[in-house]
Design a protein. Structure first.
Length: 268
């Protein structure tokens, strides 16, 4: 039997081979294409269940696998988090209203590789305060991505995000974080969206992980509802999130989950 080609750092973070990037790009593109397509359905009067049914059908049509259906008992092809829901919102009969903002998070498995991404949408007209929250969250993600290159640390990523968000008088959620992935859904490291420069494991070529900051208009505290999935802001303030899966290259990083249609931001 062949030995596994992957190596690990002393922190248990897998270092993937250059050839593995192609598998992640393929998986990431499928997830991003599905998010491109579902955006056309987001409108006042539509239920989050309808959006999830569409995503499930697209996954089946493409003959790939949903990573979330059956994961720890979860039974949906997406998480859909509306307004003050921070993450892990369960699709259901909730009807979207004009001005609602929502994050849709999809993970698919393609040829054994996991493509994980989420982005924001708006039903109807986008309220000004929600527009600013979405923009700051989007830009914070890319501040974090700009910090990704060999020799930097995970603390540098978190600091880039946190300092930008707090400069805009918003808060970064601390109860949830990004994660390593590849041929598994969740793996080391935990990618915190706050931190101090120079702290945490050093980035090395071949690391794959998500960066997925959750930003609140109010305070950062969250609570998980009785369904054991849905996380909401404790103060009921609006929350937003964007997520990309990335791989560390020799001189920076590659984004695996870019929107093929250029629709990663809801106003594009």
């Amino acid at each position: 039997m062949d030995e596994p080609r992957t190596r690990q750092t002393k922190d248990g973070i897998t270092l993937h081979e250059p050839a593995d990037f192609a598998g992640m790009l393929k998986a990431g593109r499928v997830a991003a294409e599905i998010l491109d397509q579902v955006g056309g359905l987001v409108a006042p009067g539509v239920t989050t269940e309808v959006l999830d049914d569409f995503i499930r059908a697209e996954i089946e049509r493409r003959a790939v696998v949903s990573a979330t259906i059956g994961y720890r008992g979860y039974q949906h092809a997406s998480c859909i988090s509306v307004n003050h829901v921070v993450c892990h919102g369960i699709p259901g009969p909730k009807v979207l209203k004009d001005g609602d903002i929502l994050n849709i998070d999809v993970t698919v498995i393609v040829d054994g590789w996991y493509g994980d991404t989420s982005r924001m949408y708006v039903a109807g007209d986008l309220p000004r305060k929600a527009e600013r929250l979405i923009q700051v969250t989007h830009d914070a993600l890319f501040k974090g991505i700009e910090a990704v290159r060999p020799g930097k640390t995970f603390g540098d990523i978190g600091h880039a995000i946190q300092s930008y968000v707090e400069a805009n008088r918003m808060s970064v959620v601390r109860d949830f974080c990004g994660h390593g992935l590849g041929r598994v859904f969740h793996a080391p490291p935990n990618v915190l969206h706050y931190g101090r420069p120079g702290t945490g494991p050093r980035l090395e070529e071949g690391m794959f992980f998500t960066i997925e900051p959750m930003v609140n208009l109010g305070r950062p505290e969250t609570k998980v509802l009785a369904d054991d999935w849905t996380a909401v802001t404790r103060d009921k303030s609006l929350s937003a999130q964007f997520e990309h899966s990335v791989g560390v290259t020799a001189d920076g990083c590659e984004l695996f989950t870019l929107s093929p249609a250029g629709k990663f931001h809801p106003t594009w």
